[in-house]
Design a protein around this ligand. Structure first.
Ligand code: NOJ
Length: 489
């Protein structure tokens, strides 16, 4: 009798403890077959930049002397030569084990164009193809579907030297590269993305590279004048997207192809004048609709087309808009982090606005944390683009060192954990409001090379010791793992 009372008390204590631990883990309803994933990009994780015939890309140029951009930005002299070592197949096998243990059913990766085509065009590097076959097959063998981005900011240097996206030939260079990927990987990869965040590439990265090459002070984000004079970059990229989407569909590979954008929800950091509000609306359209409209409506937004003098600078030739219209992009990829704050500054080059104050404390790297704005934003995409299929291809947080304290093999990243939790709830709410969302990917599976910020900004749910390449699941990983387990019940 005595023992059974003790057992009962013990059991009820255990139940309470486990309830307390799972307090944050709520089972939410998501559509059947929902994609739960984590994301990465080739240059940020692979390393092996000179291995097995890979050609250089634009980052191999700008992160190395004489430019050493990461050193300029952060003081750390780093490049992607090792990154997080995933070109090493043994490392990749260990990493896939962590993915499998996490419980994700999909992984977003990208293919490095110059690893498979060292010069960007022409001769195929079979060693590069072998590497991606190994990666794709390993994922599939472990029950993880690969979602492949064809282009994640990493233009082959040989093509950049020929003008990159400003050169109309880039439309065919890209389509030929896409063709190669469809032929070699499309039997197993069922979800492709053509481009990652084209406006970030153009308004931040290309602007910066051009400023460096012409020894001028960069104006970031790009000035209205820059965007206008480089409208051909936008147009060539959208033509390449359309041509590759059509090509993919003619191959009947039984999969889907989309494009992914940085979803820029923008706001003003102070009480705005009427003209400030007008500028804000313009900036929202420039970030989002300038690229989304051609992909999902078949035309550029008229107001921006005129204002940016696209007919003068855009290299828009007969038949181009028909091609863009003919491409049926299967899904809209959305990368979302936070709301971007702007400050009104009459006369400022970026449509009268400059970067504003982020009201958050502590501040996150990519904007002001606002999951409610994310829900509204997703609902507005549903309305604007006739309820497209949407995949959240990136969502994550980088708060800086305070959230990354590595102690006894553990990182208690409470801020990231709370961030991911709130945003998964936001996705769920958007679904309940009728937005057709089919998947969610955390950025990122591992800490990695954050472009010009080098290794100074961690976004991973898995901690990486960049010297030893050891991996340690953070608290956010453990939370996501438990959440995914609950979803499967
Ligand atoms: C978006 C980019 O696609 C990715 O490469 C980057 O690391 C994250 N944002 C975090 O800034």
């Amino acid at each position: 009798m005595k023992t059974s009372w003790i057992t009962l008390i013990l059991l009820s204590c255990l139940l309470q403890i486990s309830r307390a631990q799972n307090k944050h883990i709520e089972k939410l309803q998501f559509p059947k077959g929902f994609l739960w994933g984590a994301a990465s990009a080739a240059y940020q994780v692979e390393g092996g930049t000179k291995a097995d015939g890979r050609g250089p890309n634009i980052w191999d140029k700008y992160l190395n002397p004489p430019y050493s951009l990461a050193k300029m930005a952060t003081g750390q002299d780093v490049n992607g030569d090792i990154a997080i070592n995933e070109y090493d197949r043994n490392q990749f096998l260990k990493d896939v084990k962590l993915m499998k243990d996490l419980g994700i059913n999909t992984y977003r990766m990208s293919i490095s164009w110059p690893r498979v085509l060292p010069e960007g065009t022409g001769k195929v590097n079979e060693a590069g193809i072998d590497y991606y076959n190994f990666v794709i097959n390993t994922l599939i063998e472990n029950g993880i579907k690969p979602l492949v981005t064809l282009y994640h900011f990493d233009m082959p240097l040989a093509l950049a030297n020929k003008g990159g996206w400003m050169n109309r030939e880039c439309v065919n260079w890209f389509t030929d590269y896409a063709n190669l990927c469809f032929d070699r990987f499309g039997d197993r990869v069922k979800t492709f993305l053509t481009f990652n965040e084209p406006s970030i590439e153009m308004f931040f990265l290309q602007t910066l590279f051009d400023a460096i090459d012409s020894k001028q002070m960069p104006s970031i984000p790009a000035s209205e004048k820059y965007i206008s004079e480089h409208f051909a970059h936008i147009h060539h990229l959208m033509l390449a997207h359309a041509q590759s989407v059509n090509l993919y569909h003619t191959k009947n590979l039984g999969g889907k192809i989309g494009i992914t954008f940085n979803f820029m929800l923008c706001d003003l950091d102070s009480t705005a004048s009427e003209s400030g509000k007008t500028s804000l609306n313009l900036v929202r359209k420039v970030w989002n609709n300038l690229f989304m409209d051609p992909a999902f409506k078949g035309s550029y937004p008229k107001e921006l087309f005129d204002r940016l003098k696209a007919s003068q600078y855009g290299d828009i030739q007969a038949g181009d808009m028909d091609l863009i219209k003919s491409a049926k992009t299967d899904f809209l990829g959305i990368n979302y982090y936070g709301v971007n704050m702007y400050h009104e500054k009459p006369g400022a080059g970026f449509f009268g606005l400059v970067n504003g104050k982020n009201p958050d404390k502590p501040e996150m790297f990519n904007g002001f944390v606002n999951p409610a704005a994310f829900v509204d934003g997703l609902v507005s995409l549903k309305k604007q683009y006739s309820n497209p299929e949407i995949i959240i291809t990136e969502n994550g947080a980088g708060y800086g060192e305070m959230d990354e304290k590595f102690e006894n093999g553990k990182v208690n990243d409470v801020l990231r954990m709370a961030y991911i939790q709130k945003h998964i709830k936001a996705v769920n709410e958007a679904i309940r409001k009728g937005v057709n969302i089919k998947g969610y990917f955390v950025w990122s599976m591992f800490d990695n090379l954050e472009w010009i910020m080098g290794f100074s900004r961690r976004f991973g749910i898995t901690y990486v010791d960049f010297k030893t390449q050891d991996r340690f699941p953070k608290q956010s990983y453990l939370w996501y793992q438990t959440f995914l387990k609950e979803q499967k019940k």
